[in-house]
Design a protein around this ligand. Sequence first.
Ligand code: SF4
Length: 367
Amino acid sequence: MRSQFLEAIETAESWLDQLKGGPGLSPTCPLGDHHIKALLSACDQEEINTLIETADYARKVFMGNQVHLRGIIEFSNHCARNCWYCGLRRDNTCLRRYRMPLRDIVAAAREGAKLGFKTIVLQSGDDLWYSASMIRQMVESIKQEVDVAITLSIGEREFSEYEEMRAAGADRFLLKHETADPDLYARLHPGMTLDGRVERLKYLHRLGFQVGSGNIVGLPGQTIDVLARDICLMRDLDVEMAGIGPFIPHPATPLAGYPPGDMMTVLKVLATCRIVMPWAHLPATTACGTLDPNGRQKALRAGANVIMPDITPAEYKALYEIYPGKNRVDIDAARGYQLAVEMIISLGREVGQGYGHSSRHRPAPAA
Ligand code: SF4
C-alpha cells in the first residue's frame, strides 16, 4: 500500500508537470491539507531526500537557477509591541535603541545599489515614531537616487498608511504571520490577533504590493498540524514571498528557556512551501545561517531562491538583535555581498539579474 507521503509526492509531481506550461497557468494546488501534513511528516532519510529533491526540481522549473539578492537596512530597533520571542520587544530594557536618520538610510541604500543589489528591504520594529509620510519620504528619496525595488518590513499600520506607502512607490511588503494557530498567536503577541494580521495581508495584496508572509519553526506549543496550517494559510493568501526561519531563543524574552527550532524541520517546511507555492520567492533566511553554519546553503538546496544580506551600517547592526547572533558586525555590506555571491556560485547557481519581482508583479505607481 502506498504511504500517505508517497501519495502526496506523486500528486505534487503530476501537478508540477502540468504547470510547466508557465506562470500564466495557475490552477488550484491539488495538495490538500492532509497531503501537506504528510509531506511535513517525512521521517526517514529516504522520504526527506525525496521531499527535498522534489522541492529543488520545482524551484528549478519555476524559478530557474538564479538566486536573488536583497539588501536589508534595519533602520530602527524601537518597537511598540511585546512579542514573546523577540529581543526587540518593548519590555527589553537592556537593549540600546536607535533610529537611523533619513540621510543615513538613503546613503546605505545608495551603497547597496552600488554593490549590485536591485532590491532594498527597509526593516524596523513596529516603530510608530516614523509616520507614514516619513516612510513615504524614505521610499521616494531612495527611488529618486537609485534604481531599486523597495520592500517594506515595518509591521502593523493603519490601512490608510499602507495606501500612502504604496503610492510612494514601495513595491513589496513583508509581514510574517508567524503562526497560523490563533491561540498560539494571541499568546505570543500580546494585544494582537491573527485575524488582524491576515486582514492586513489581504489589504496589502489589494493595494498591489507583492506580499510576503512567513512563519517561525519550533515555537513552543507548535505541532505538525500548526505548521501545515501555516502553509495552507500562505497558499490561500497567495503570497509572493514566504520567509521560513527557526525559532532561536533570546535571553531577554519570556521564551529564553525554550530550545531552538531544528534545522531539519525548517527544511521540511521550506521544501513543502516550494512544492505548494512553486512561484513564491523563498529566502534562505539569516536565522537558518545562525542556527546552522551551513543552514543557508541547505535552504538553497531545499527550494530557496533568495538571500538577504544585512547592509545596515556597523554602528547600528549589532543592536538589531531579534535573536542572539543575528548580525555579524565584522561583515560589512561589501563583504556580505561578496560572501553571498560566493555561496551562490559554489552551489552551481547564478546571481539573479534584475529586480527579482514576482511573476505576477504589478508596477508601483510612479512616485
Ligand atoms: S517581532 Fe516585530 S513586532 Fe514583535 S517585538 Fe519583534 S520587532 Fe516588534
